[in-house]
Design a protein around this ligand. Structure first.
Ligand code: NAG
Ligand code: NAG
Length: 702
């Protein structure tokens, strides 16, 4: 009897451990869509002119039966910064007390390069935005917080499954020469020089019937849109999310509906979506593999697989989506069960020391973390987005002129120069303090465990092999403690510290090595500290929270001009249609129209839209067909006169093949800044136009 009771108890225990409370949420984080520089390519002239697709934060919250909670957010943003996370936590604590904290919230950027900049507090990363941009920052903080609140309010009992698939035609290595410098026996463990595996967490309801949502991780740069793009875009992974959410929220508009589908960043440091590879722009010839240079100062850029950046984004996004969608259809994989744990620690990187085995010297050597610095090859940019000056990747020697410029900003010490090894220092960011610090030194590390699944919050862009090495070392350590885990790498989480290569890749000083800011042993330090944290987590030991990153709030400078006022010509007020659409269209054609507009920065139309395509339905009402978040729509804002504050917006809608025939209109809404103060709502609609079935149109045209 007693034995049966124990078996029953054990059974109940296991059973109950597989039940979690799960909450999923999504919210719009789209900030200023015009006039502000984009974050990613560091191009001063890549400033927003409108929206192609909106940006969202997507959240899952999981709670176990001991009421432990973890929160993971994937954000359509270049990366996440400490100050963004800090303010999100502040907002959440106002509402929920100590439920959400630094240690149980992980926020990860998808790494789109087509979102507004200015949400860092370090000079180097806000440089192209001309400083801190409150509009970008608060839109992100508000949206991320809202997505967590939405998830918090949606908690239901549910189950979690982990599955994986391979996607072969969506990514390539953009620094293969650096990858090649890794040890042969390590490379021999892998078929490809980038990770092809997509990991998926599937969230199911209690009965395992209804799919609540899916979070997917796949290593690829969100750089299908190149540095000539001026429309806000969530890029390839954002498009994959739109497709997956459309599939499960089939009667909702983009960004709405209860199913949440996220595509999150992983170890994408050296991974490009431009799979036709790098070529010299004007000749189409191959570039030099080390320097990525072309003859006659031609530019070396990677592109593809489409004919232009829109097609490439669509193709890469669709391929990633298809992998995830198939996994959801077969509902395979294994169930994730067991208690939740989490651990978080701030570490001061330049203070980290240790001993490592140097295979070249066949002996032990001391290492130390360096004060942050960027190498010469950083300024060369990448084949996804080349730099502005004549710098080459693979640069391991210095130049007197640039050293003089460097020393003018901040002079590296002799120790700095030695510490960074094969990296010639172009900017001694860790020493530069004018007008405030240029790059962070204190870095948060974070691990979540959902049963035997580990999620690592990576503080930057790990290269393929850096991520694999971390995973392997973690597995080895876990084995030594008789544990076995699956691991998911969550890229660009909680803070941004540029790149993390292996020490071997670092030697080659491609862009990624030159941007590994704490020196050649950055990865070694992270591996050691992650193992220590995991050890503490497994033992249930308390960890020292570490030093809080410095607060530079009061020192922020912004050179971005605000919107002073909007104006319009006499007789044509805001919302007036300057150019009407044509009377009729066929599917596949592009509807265009133009409105007198206010500056979109007056109001971001969060979780709403600047434009609605509407169809007249039988009862005389207008039904929403598309918003500015749809892939098929795009708007372009143009300033006509600075002095008179006049501007126009052109709206474009490529009519999808599935569009029913009927009578349509385009409605525009926005806010204008009144010259004597105040921001006011306006709207306007076009004349009606018809969409015909092809046959009808042909008949009419005859
Ligand atoms: C960016 O993409 C556009 C459109 O596909 C192309 O014309 C242009 O050459 C590309 N430029 C760079 C620098 O990649
Ligand atoms: C490492 O540093 C310690 C302390 O400075 C020193 O005692 C030791 O000899 C060094 N080890 C190696 C292998 O250089």
């Amino acid at each position: 009897m007693g034995r049966i009771f124990i078996i029953l108890l054990a059974f109940l225990l296991i059973k109950s451990l597989s039940a979690y409370n799960i909450g999923l949420g999504r919210a719009d984080i789209t900030g200023p869509s015009v006039e502000i520089a984009f974050m990613g390519y560091a191009q001063l002239n890549q400033r927003g002119q409108g929206i192609h697709t909106r940006l969202y934060a997507r959240t899952f919250i999981v709670e176990d039966e001991r009421q432990n909670r973890i929160v993971f957010v994937s954000v359509d943003a270049g990366m996440i910064t400490h100050v963004v996370k800090r303010n999100v936590i502040r907002e959440l604590q106002k509402k929920f007390g100590a439920t959400y904290r630094f240690d149980n919230v992980m926020i990860s950027g998808t790494h789109t390069h087509s979102g507004p900049a200015g949400f860092h507090q370090f000079v180097l990363y806000d440089l192209t935005a001309m400083g801190f941009v409150e509009e970008t920052f608060y839109a992100m903080v508000r949206g991320i917080t809202q997505s967590i609140i939405n998830a918090h309010n949606n908690m239901v009992e549910g189950r979690i499954f982990l599955s994986e698939t391979e996607i072969f035609d969506a990514n390539i290595n953009r620094s293969p020469l650096a990858y090649e410098n890794n040890p042969d026996e390590e490379k021999a463990q892998y078929r490809d020089n980038v990770d092809k595996t997509l990991f998926q967490l599937r969230f199911m309801d209690k009965q395992n019937k209804k799919i609540l949502g899916a979070f997917n991780w796949f290593a690829v740069h969100a750089t299908s849109m190149n540095n000539t793009n001026k429309f806000i875009s969530s890029d390839n992974v954002g498009y994959a999310s739109m497709l997956l959410e459309k599939e499960y929220n089939y009667d909702s508009m983009v960004g709405k509906g209860s199913f949440v589908g996220a595509f999150c960043s992983a170890n994408l440091g050296d991974v490009s979506p431009n799979i036709m590879g790098p070529k010299c722009l004007s000749t189409g010839l191959p570039c030099d593999p080390l320097t990525s240079k072309c003859p006659n100062k031609d530019v070396c850029v990677a592109s593809g697989p489409g004919r232009n950046i829109y097609e490439s984004t669509r193709i890469i996004g669709s391929r990633i989506y298809k992998g995830a969608s198939k996994l959801l259809q077969v509902k395979g994989g294994r169930e994730v069960t067991g208690p939740l744990s989490f651990v978080h620690q701030f570490i001061d990187m330049p203070k980290q020391t240790g001993v490592y085995f140097n295979p070249k010297l066949r002996g032990l050597q001391n290492y130390t973390g360096c004060y942050p610095a960027m190498g010469y090859s950083f300024a060369a940019g990448t084949t996804d987005g080349p730099g502005a000056f004549d710098f080459a990747q693979g640069t391991t020697s210095e130049n007197a002129f640039w050293n003089a410029v460097r020393d003018f900003i901040a002079e590296p010490s002799i120790q700095d120069i030695a510490c960074h090894g094969s990296k010639p220092i172009l900017i001694a960011t860790g020493r530069a303090v004018y007008p405030y610090l240029w790059q962070p030194s204190v870095v948060p590390l974070q691990i979540f465990a959902i049963g035997d699944l580990l999620m690592f919050g990576l503080p930057g862009e790990f290269t393929t092999m850096a991520g694999r090495r971390l995973k392997n070392e973690i597995q080895l350590f876990a084995k030594s403690r008789s544990y076995e885990f699956n691991t998911i790498l969550c890229g660009l989480s909680n803070i941004y510290t540029s790149y993390i290569t292996t020490p071997e890749e670092y030697e080659i000083q491609r862009y990624e090595g030159a941007s590994t800011i704490f020196g050649p042993h950055t990865l070694t330090i992270y591996i050691n500290r992650f193992i220590k944290l995991l050890d503490a987590m497994l033992r249930g030991a308390a960890v020292d929270p570490g030093p809080m990153p410095i607060d530079q709030d009061s020192k922020q400078i912004s050179l971005v001009t605000k919107v002073y006022y909007d104006g319009h010509a006499i007789g044509s007020g805001f919302g007036y249609v300057v150019t009407q659409p044509k009377k009729s269209y066929r599917r596949g054609q592009i509807v265009t129209c133009k409105f007198v507009a206010g500056n979109p920065r007056n109001n971001f139309m969060t979780d709403s839209s600047y434009f609605f395509v509407e169809r007249l339905v039988s009862n005389g009402e207008w039904q929403m067909v598309a918003t500015d978040a749809d892939w098929e729509t795009k708007f372009k804002w143009t300033r006509l006169s600075m002095i008179l504050g006049r501007s126009e917006i052109e709206f474009m809608w490529e009519i999808p093949e599935s569009t029913p025939s009927g009578e349509y209109r385009v409605r525009h809404q926005g806010y204008y800044q009144y010259i004597l103060g105040g921001v006011y709502y306006y709207q306007g609609s076009t004349e009606h136009f018809n969409i015909f079935d092809d046959n009808n149109l042909r008949r009419r045209n005859l």
